[in-house]
Ligand binder design. Structure first.
Ligand SMILES: [Zn+2]
Length: 288
């Protein structure tokens, strides 16, 4: 079913798992991402940046997600990641996305609340879910870099006020993760997550999931993380495989010989992550 973030995280809360939110960087990799979820019997959140949505075309993304959700009988959410501009959000909603993120984390607290409220009002009127963000996630995403000394952890008291005032459906929190991190791993601040979870009753979201140690994932799930973003790992795997396959094959060979292995590499990562996210017993022992 083509569905919303609110719906998939509600089920995840009931059964204590987290839903993988995977960034699609091109249209090629998208079908295999959804097939991976089907094979694991799990829901999936496909997310795109504003620029990727414009590159592929919102309508094309909506069409593929909708048709595959129906044909493959998988719960698929199409989510706009890190939008900062109301017009970009409105366009995604009007063209059929079922979930959007308004990232006002760089704004003063009151302004973040005010602008998030406007997004929630428009989105909810259209049956679309909203993710807000409080605190700053490190690293670089879509060319926006946050220096280590500018990183601000999410304040639990602010989180209570933010969720109450905005009525967001999910909250992205800053507990030490970084965008774009894949060579090293992050020390996530679990005590802070516990503090936030104790006072906030919406599903919580982890960004920069590629940099999270796999052995930490179950503790994050047990403390309310219901959406888990993975982007960089997919991008790196697709690009690495593409470099190899394109280098090896003749120029007049069908492109699919080069591209199918790239999509398969992405599919394997999505399946592997989903197995951990769905709390499948015994799996964690293998990855420590
Ligand atoms: Zn992010």
């Amino acid at each position: 079913m083509y569905t919303t973030l609110k719906e998939v995280t509600r089920k995840a809360e009931e059964l204590n798992y987290t839903v993988g939110a995977f960034n699609a960087h091109n249209l090629e990799m998208l079908p295999d991402m959804i097939r991976a979820a089907k094979e694991e019997g799990a829901p999936i959140i496909i997310q795109t940046s504003v620029d990727t949505a414009k590159y592929i075309g919102h309508e094309n993304l909506v069409a593929v997600c909708k048709s595959m959700a129906t044909k493959e009988m998988v719960d698929v959410v199409l989510h706009l990641d890190h939008a900062r501009d109301f017009d970009d959000i409105k366009e995604a909603i009007d063209k059929g996305y079922t979930s959007v993120m308004f990232d006002g984390s760089h704004l003063p607290f009151k302004e973040n609340i005010m602008k998030t409220c406007a997004v929630v009002e428009y989105a909810h009127k259209h049956g679309v879910s909203v993710e807000g963000e409080l605190g700053t996630i490190g690293g670089t995403e879509e060319g926006i870099h946050v220096d280590d000394d500018k990183k601000v952890y999410t304040n639990p008291k602010d989180a209570v006020e933010f969720v109450r005032a905005t009525r967001v459906d999910a909250l992205a929190i800053a507990i030490g993760t970084n965008h774009g991190q894949y060579k090293s791993k992050t020390e996530v601040n679990i005590p802070l997550l516990k503090e936030i979870k104790a006072v906030v009753d919406v599903p919580l979201v982890i960004h920069g999931g590629t940099g999270v140690k796999e052995k930490d994932i179950h503790e994050l799930i047990d403390n309310g993380i219901r959406k888990f973003n993975v982007g960089t790992e997919l991008l790196v795997a697709w690009t690495k495989t593409a470099k190899e396959t394109f280098a090896e094959t003749k120029e007049n060979k069908s492109l699919r010989h080069n591209i199918i292995p790239c999509n398969k590499a992405v599919k394997e990562i999505v399946k592997h992550k989903i197995e951990i996210f769905m709390n499948k017993s015994g799996h964690l022992n293998k990855v420590i």
